[in-house]
Write a protein that binds this ligand. Structure first.
Ligand code: ATP
Length: 309
């Protein structure tokens, strides 16, 4: 649904986006992760036809963002990281204004606006002034507004920034509904763990370059590496450590209070044997499980310049 090939954007000879290649499949929710200034907004603005690339190409729904900008704009709903709301406009007037921008006939625009306000839980606020809404409500309104023309693709630039935890969760629930409706969603955020739950694919960008991308499920379980087992014991931590160290499949152990983080190269049969040995030695094991990387770990790993993670 979105394709980016060798995309570059340079500001005064400084590259903001540097030879970026990316593909986002229809119906997927793609998390675009990167530190401040890494080029997320620039990429999204190019996709939204608001910025011209210095070189390279990008398509949305098969339309070229440079030569078929009009078609691209019909395909996408773009929510910028900062957007203004207008004074003296009610929520419904605000929605109707955007409906008019897309030349939607007024009665149809009002009907769609009502449905969207219901989706983002703002029906009761439709006659309130937009600038009187809370930040969370304004963000939800911003999302409703970019859905007015029923776009297939949503490009959301840090939509949850500045929201409190409850507002974030509410926002995420709405995005899940949109995903179920079949929208393709590209979302950037610094709230990394939250993206794991929402996104099926992620891409990590740093200094304008894509450092890694793929299915979230693949990224969270590192391949061809020692797994980390978390062994929680009630007591006898020292004894447990000594016993575990004897296994040829244990690379290293880090102890934190009553938990042993064990780098383990064995398969599940060897893991069972390890548990049996602990039980035989009367080590009171509370639980043992494999730690999975969370998205934050992935991000730290791939953006670690020292390469020592
Ligand atoms: N209009 C501009 N003129 C000059 N440099 C710019 C301009 N817009 C962005 N940049 C630079 O391009 C780089 C990428 O910026 P961009 O806003 O795309 O990053 P970002 O990943 O969205 O950052 P953030 O998470 O802080 O929003 C940064 O170094 C930024 O300073």
């Amino acid at each position: 649904m979105i394709q980016i090939e060798n995309l570059c954007k340079t500001y005064q000879q400084v590259p903001a986006v540097n030879n970026l290649n990316l593909q986002i499949e229809p119906g997927s929710v793609f998390g675009f992760i990167g530190p401040n200034g890494s080029g997320k907004t620039t990429t999204m603005q190019i996709l939204a036809t608001l910025l011209k690339p210095s070189s390279g190409k990008a398509w949305v729904g098969g339309y070229d963002v440079q030569t078929e900008a009009e078609e691209v704009r019909r395909m996408i709903g773009y929510m910028p990281d900062f957007f203004g709301v207008y004074d003296y406009l009610t929520v419904m007037e605000y929605m109707e204004f955007y409906g008019a921008c897309y030349q939607i006939e007024p009665s149809q625009s009002r009907k769609v606006a009502k449905e969207l306000l219901e989706l983002v839980k703002l029906s009761e606020k439709q006659n309130h002034y937009v600038d009187e809404l809370s930040r969370g409500m304004q963000q939800r309104l911003g999302l409703a507004r970019c859905l007015i023309h029923d776009p297939k693709v949503l490009i959301l630039d840090e939509p949850a920034s500045g929201l409190d935890p409850r507002a974030r969760i509410e926002f995420r629930e709405i995005l899940k509904k949109l995903q179920q409706m079949g929208k393709t969603i590209m979302i950037s955020s610094h709230i990394l763990p939250e993206l794991a739950d929402l996104c099926d694919t992620i891409g990590v960008i740093e200094a304008g370059k894509l450092v890694t991308s793929g299915a979230v499920s693949d990224m969270l379980v590192p391949k061809n590496q020692a797994r980390t087992l978390e062994v929680h014991v009630l007591e006898e931590v020292k004894e447990a450590e000594e016993l575990l160290q004897q296994s040829e499949y244990v690379q290293s152990i880090r102890v934190e209070k009553n938990c042993l983080y064990v780098k383990f190269t064995g398969d599940s049969t060897k893991q069972v044997q390890l548990v049996q040995q602990l039980a035989k030695a009367n080590v009171p094991v509370l639980q043992i499980f494999e730690s999975k990387l969370n998205i934050e770990d992935v991000f730290m790993k791939v953006t670690d310049k020292e390469g020592n993670s």
